[in-house]
Design a protein around this ligand. Structure first.
Ligand SMILES: C[S@@+](CC[C@H](N)C(=O)[O-])C[C@H]1O[C@@H](n2cnc3c(N)ncnc32)[C@H](O)[C@@H]1O
Length: 300
């Protein structure tokens, strides 16, 4: 597959392969297929293994799935679905026990660069849904219908935004006069109330956009629902490998792994979180916030 600006460059590929450790004849579940970079790497690393690859974004699945399907034929199975509903998919898609699961949480570069609402650098409708057919509530609806208090809560808890109150107040004032419809409408409101930082290079709206995206897509709740089912689906000695991109996700992964290690359900394979090497950081800027953690499932 050619690398283009529409391709999500997978992060920490050799580290994923090291911790997932695909075995001959093994079956692996990649619950965040994206552009299929990790799926492909697993299938190439172990020529007799199989991958069931899932994503709830049907657009990426339809675009990047078929070329890989053609290449790997019956070694690859593509499933459209939300990993938070894994317990349902196991039944409806007849997903067997697997030898390992990979979850590369968050958003793909394709969603950020092509989809409506994800980036403040392109003026598009405030949508932000990763899977519109699974979701009804857009970012525009959240901004229109949430109380000021709720907006403060979203921006501070999911964006760790210190100017949450000021921004929420400005949004409530603005929406009483006009519709906040596009990314530029929102970015303009925020730019007016957030003082320019001398130290930070990020756009002043970055944290609010992150918070809205996490809220609209229920990103943290989805991870929490996924974990207990994922653990039951992996055979003893199998691995669960997770990559997260911000501290809120990583905290959920870290705490869950720690709890399950205490219960002797898993063994932690990454006592120290794994991050990108200097070489990868240089080649792929998106890898700078990637954090990988992995566990092995223990015999009960
Ligand atoms: C960081 S990208 C994964 C990139 C992929 N590993 C690759 O090599 O191209 C995250 C992907 O997870 C998907 N995703 C996010 N939340 C999901 C969920 N709850 N269920 C299924 N897929 C989800 C997104 O649609 C996106 O395609």
């Amino acid at each position: 597959m050619e690398e283009s600006k529409f391709y999500h460059k997978p992060v920490l590929v050799s580290e994923v392969l090291q911790y997932l450790d695909p075995k001959p004849g093994g079956v692996y579940l990649d619950v965040t297929f994206g552009s299929g970079g990790h799926t492909r790497a697993i299938l190439e690393k172990e020529p007799t293994c199989k991958v069931i690859a899932m994503d709830w974004d049907s657009v990426v699945l339809d675009k990047y799935g078929p070329p890989l399907q053609e290449l790997f034929t019956d070694r690859l199975r593509l499933v459209w679905g939300n990993f938070s509903l894994l317990y349902k998919l196991i039944k409806s898609e007849k997903i067997p026990m697997v030898d390992g699961i990979l979850a590369d949480f968050g958003t793909s570069q394709i969603q950020i660069t092509e989809r409506a609402g994800f980036s403040m650098f392109r003026d598009t409708p405030l949508d932000m849904r990763m899977s519109p057919s699974h979701q009804k509530i857009t970012a525009e609806i959240v901004l229109r219908d949430s109380s000021e208090k709720k907006l403060v809560e979203i921006f501070s808890s999911l964006g760790e935004e210190r100017y949450s109150r000021k921004i929420a107040y400005a949004i409530v004032q603005a929406r009483s006069a006009r519709r906040i419809r596009t990314t530029k409408d929102l970015a303009d409101i925020i730019e007016k109330v957030v003082p320019k930082s001398k130290t930070e290079k990020i756009h002043p709206a970055t944290r609010v956009f992150q918070a809205l995206r996490i809220f609209v897509n229920k990103e943290l709740e989805n991870i929490e629902s996924f974990f207990p089912v994922a653990l039951k689906l992996i055979k003893p000695s199998g691995k669960l490998v997770c990559i997260s991109f911000h501290s809120l996700e990583d905290r959920i992964v870290k705490d869950f792994f720690k709890d399950k290690a205490t219960e002797r359900v898993v063994k932690i394979l990454t006592p120290k979180v794994v991050t990108a090497t200097e070489e990868e950081l240089f080649a792929n800027r998106a890898s700078r916030s990637a954090k990988l953690r992995a566990v092995e499932i223990l015999e009960v």
